[in-house]
Design a binder for this molecule. Structure first.
Ligand code: SF4
Ligand SMILES: [Zn+2]
Ligand SMILES: [Zn+2]
Length: 306
């Protein structure tokens, strides 16, 4: 298998092409920068908070952003410590090591400080799929950390695999409105209390971020969270991998079709955004009287008192 740019030996083949090491790095970085430019994700002088778990995806994103934007933008790494022993504590050490190496300021916030319990405890006292509660808390805390640090945008390392999973999950759950809010930038800056999220890796696959991190000696932990793979997301992820092995453009087609649909529904989307309320307890944007995080916090309070 030969590189499509120079005929040297190719080290990877994906729906983005076949490349040797040199051209893989070049196209990986230029595709990320093109996504940022095309969708105007980062403007000069903006503060960009980067959601950084200390894993290969978020460290690769931090590496690219610090390399190309640190001179003209403030970049701050935000880590949410879920409190998962033997997993997150290790990735936090890795995150600190690389932030120091690349000269990026970093802050850590924990579920324990926010709810009074770690994720390990929460899985013991609360029934249900761990990732559902974890996702609510992480989204909420990343947004409030970004606000606290005066960030204009919150960059996440969501890649094409993650996006395809989210699209299919929303589709299967019949939540079309939620699905077309996905994409390279979600959230509207005009909604007070919400920091828009950007996804510079949207058109890059998990396989590519993995290789990019290895080539750049980013020694992130590759073992998954002990609670990963439960529930619907795990099933959808496995099905996408199966489809991809039959047709290598499956993920890309799912993401690109959703973006085309999003364009068609843009006006409809803007009307719907106006209906967002403020949580009566914490003031965060909410779909009803209380935001999802406050509902969960109430639930945790009652479980702790049992
Ligand atoms: S896999 Fe689930 S429980 Fe583990 S960190 Fe991710 S969302 Fe949380
Ligand atoms: Zn080449
Ligand atoms: Zn709230």
């Amino acid at each position: 298998m030969l590189c499509q740019s120079c005929n040297d030996y190719a080290i990877i083949s994906t729906s983005n092409g076949r490349f040797c090491k040199k051209h893989f790095i070049k196209t990986f970085e230029s595709r990320t920068l093109n996504t940022i430019k095309h969708y105007n994700l980062i403007r000069r002088g903006e503060t960009i908070a980067v959601a950084n778990s200390g894993g290969k995806d978020s460290l690769s994103l931090l590496y690219v952003l610090s390399r190309y934007f640190l001179k003209k933008n403030r970049i701050i790494s935000i880590t949410i410590d879920e409190g998962i022993a033997g997993y997150r504590d290790k990735t936090i050490d890795t995150m600190k090591e690389y932030c120091n190496k690349w000269g990026v300021e970093y802050k850590t916030y924990s579920y324990k400080d926010f709810t009074g319990v770690t994720m390990d405890i929460l899985t013991k006292i609360r029934k249900g799929i761990p990732c559902a509660a974890c996702g609510v808390l992480r989204r909420y805390m990343l947004n409030s950390a970004a606000l606290e640090n005066h960030a204009d945008k919150l960059a996440t390392a969501h890649n094409m695999d993650d996006e395809a999973e989210n699209i299919l999950m929303d589709l299967f759950q019949n939540d079309f409105d939620k699905m077309i809010r996905l994409g390279p930038e979600s959230g509207i800056a005009a909604i007070t209390g919400f920091v828009p999220r950007i996804k510079p890796f949207l058109f890059i696959s998990e396989k590519e971020t993995m290789l990019f991190s290895i080539i750049n000696s980013i020694n992130a932990l590759h073992t998954p969270c002990p609670y990963a793979g439960f529930g619907f997301r795990g099933t959808v992820a496995a099905k996408i991998k199966e489809l991809e092995s039959i047709s290598s453009r499956s993920k890309r087609n799912i993401v690109e079709r959703m973006l085309a649909l999003k364009k068609l529904y843009q006006t409809n989307l803007q009307t719907k955004h106006k209906k967002i309320l403020s949580c009566t307890r914490c003031g965060a944007p909410a779909a009803s009287e209380l935001c999802e995080a406050c509902v969960l916090k109430q639930q945790i309070e009652s479980l702790k008192s049992v």
